[in-house]
Ligand binder design. Sequence first.
Ligand SMILES: N=C(N)NCCCCNCCCN
Ligand SMILES: [Mn+2]
Ligand SMILES: [Mn+2]
Length: 288
Amino acid sequence: MDFLYTYETLKLEFPLVEPESADFIIVGVPFDGTTSFKAGARFGPTLIRHATLNLESYILDYDIDIAELPIADIGDVAVVAGDPRKTADRVRETIEEIKRANPSALPILLGGEHSQTLGAVEALKPKSYVVFDAHLDLRDSYEDNPHNHACVARRISELGVKEAMFGIRSGTKEEVEFAEKNGIRWVHARDYSFDAFVDLVSSLPDPVYLSVDIDAFDLSMVPSTGTPEAGGLAFWDVVEAIEWLAEKKRIAGFDIMEVAGEGLGDPTALTAAKLLFYFIGAVAKFGR
Ligand SMILES: N=C(N)NCCCCNCCCN
Ligand SMILES: [Mn+2]
Ligand SMILES: [Mn+2]
């Protein structure tokens, strides 16, 4: 089928299916416009797809070959350069198109700046937002822009979506106070454990939107992300949480955001690609 705003780009190398018959529909959002430190998020989706060339589609510990699963890749959303809100509108419309074409498919966004998660959440209308991130992203505005990537969790909370955050190690006093006032619970990266995750997420209503800002991981694994932070989570921390979510919760949508870099084979994209494969594998293995 044709989507209004997407164009074809590099695709995953294993057999793909049409969106109408897919269980998973991948779409890239190469938006790079509000990050204050390092550029390169516009290359995130392409770098992730390229990084998948390095990976086996067979997942050893699941005994599942994700190349045998019905996965579609509809390419990238044509961004409106410099305008995160207009680009997120296109993301929202694209995900609405996906849901019309195939209501039971699980959309997977690859980014690109975290600001674009808002469009996916607006389209999918989850009751809860579970996010792995180094940052609270609860600013009302940053650098005069309410759609800066540092504001995305604030915008999502204003939609009435319940939020829980993990891997946090950066924020302002105002953000902490906003979280407290609004019942937004978060776990510092220092205090992260699987039990802490289950403790917060168990009571959240379905369906859940799961967002992984790649900077939740320790910067040694994701050196090219736009605003890297030391002291982050380990790969298996996030995989274990995804397995639990796949089994216990209804997942409305998933994204891997803030992947960036200038060169093929960047470790940041290799981390994201491996996580993408584990997410798809975990939903197939543990999902209902
Ligand atoms: N969500 C994000 N990625 N937020 C990052 C905000 C940038 C904070 N710079 C602080 C600089 C203080 N000198
Ligand atoms: Mn972040
Ligand atoms: Mn973020």
